[in-house]
Design a protein around this ligand. Sequence first.
Ligand code: DX5
Ligand code: ZN
Length: 223
Amino acid sequence: MAQDIVIAPSVLSANFARLGAECDDVLLAGADMIHLDVMDNHYVPNLTVGPMVCQALRDHGVEAPIDVHLMVEPVDAAIEAFAAAGASIISIHPEATRHLDRSLQLIRDLGCKAGLVLNPGTPVSVAKQVLSRLDLLLIMSVNPGFGGQAFIPYSLDKLREARTLIDEAGLPVRLEVDGGVKVHNISEVARAGADTFVVGSAIFGAPDYREVIERLRESAGQP
Ligand code: DX5
Ligand code: ZN
């Protein structure tokens, strides 16, 4: 069974010149955690932020969980740096490490929750073997690298498959979805089994963060 709904704004679409205030604003508006997209211009064709920015958000006073999505290759050094910089959850792509099991163990050894991220073209079966190492399984519903892309429809089948995998294993693994999630499709995405929703442009592009977060939560099935 899916757990309580978590709304995680992706600050990729925030105003980076006032990042701390943007985080305060979405958290005050009802968001559950901050999703930080880390891109290295190598694993993905875009370049964003490093651990200093994660630490700066903690120093600014962000107490909510920070959900770090590492699109970085190789990934182990970045895991260590982000764990030291205050990350709560660290999620990695299987293609970005030579030794997936070892990298996932490293995340937990450093006291963080471990996530595995599956690109649109990566099958759900990749998660099967390492499921007991995971606190979170993230299904990408766009190709990683940019905010504001359209939701890939077959991600719904992958979410259903991932939900079955998690439920049959009976493990408390959250099922997260990232990319193209909006008010108009979140209910379908929730029905496919997601319980944790990364939302970038649909939140930061809206004039009223509270209103859009309430509508997202309501449409996802939790008034
Ligand atoms: C893409 C990132 C996403 C992205 C989501 O690589 O992982 O977190 O920012 O943005 P939207 O919600 O605009 O698709
Ligand atoms: Zn992301």
